[in-house]
Design a protein around this ligand. Sequence first.
Ligand code: C5P
Length: 402
Amino acid sequence: MSVLSGKKILLGVTGGIAAYKTTYLVRLLIKAGATVKVVMTPAARDFVTPLTLSTLSKHPVLTHFTNEEDENDTWNNHVELGLWADLIIIAPATANTISKMVNGTIDNLLLATYCSAKCSVYFAPAMDLDMYKHPSTTANFDKLASYGNLMIPAGDGELASGLSGKGRMAEPEEIIQFIEQHIESQLPLRGKTCLITAGPTYEAIDPVRFIGNHSSGKMGAAIAMELATQGARVHLIMGPSHVVCQHELIDRVNIKSAQQMYDAVHEIINVVDVAIFSAAVADYRPSNPADQKIKKKSDTLTIKLVKNPDILASVGAMEKKPFLVGFALETDNELEHAFAKVEKKQTDLLILNSMRDKGAGFGVDTNKITIIDKDKNTSTIETKPKTEVAKDIINEIIKRIL
Ligand code: C5P
């Protein structure tokens, strides 16, 4: 999945012949999962039609502060547009627009939006070779870099003038690749390895029956996705669950029993920076699972259970251990039990769920949690989608490990 997925991107198109390539750039951004709004300078409209770009981006293309044809229309608010964007791409960026960006000259909607935005700004210059190497242009490139703007360098080759040299706008694929690599290099968990256990465990009674629980694995999967989104390499050790959790940075190992989960955890725990234990592990397992299906003979059946290893506590007891996060699902005296678990399992953070809270715990798509640190400071996060709760948990971890 591209790091551009879910991003709100404002594409600024200025008046150069390379503007025709932005049709394909918009297609690629949409394909990567981004939402795209296009703002064109008046000159850009001579090179590519707003109709083409609005059809491809599925949003009206804006050029002026007001839409003159529509007397009922309100103004196009550059401040709102600037704050809406997660990132701005100015492509092609002409020498003229670059010079205005440097000096804060605001004579169109795009420049007003650029000056109002707080997000990253990428610009892909496109101009003839002599303009590209003119001292005023190179000085302007340096100035924009000093403002924190990111230049996607032009390529070498045949130019619209018929001359050949440096000044061709980077190809749309190169623009996407540049931005993706830059975003990836900035992700807070890049270079970190994380482990997460999720879902239930099934403890065999015989070849067809088991002792299990209602955990869906949704919370763990949401955390795994968020870890990967923040750049971490993720080992997801998952009990039986139908939840789909796919990302190129997630390596999923499916297990059934607590013992298998324990073995999978200890196989890699030494190379892990952060370990999160969200699985609902069975505390006990049948001591002697039958080889054959147990027949219905007597009125009662007694199954002897033995204790499973406590995986979280086993990692908590390690001398050199990763940053450790456990979960606690309680039905009564929640805080008291959770505080005892922080001590017993030696967690850096414990995420408490209460079965008494509506919209929290097993099966549902939302959760309400209290985060408890090792000094027993608590903070409660009100009910929200598990994907959002996952973000809060990961942000809390990032704050503490970076
Ligand atoms: O003791 P309790 O089961 O309530 O603790 C819950 C926490 O411990 C969760 O983080 C769970 O994943 C972990 N756990 C474990 N191995 C067990 C039991 C629980 O890792 N056998």
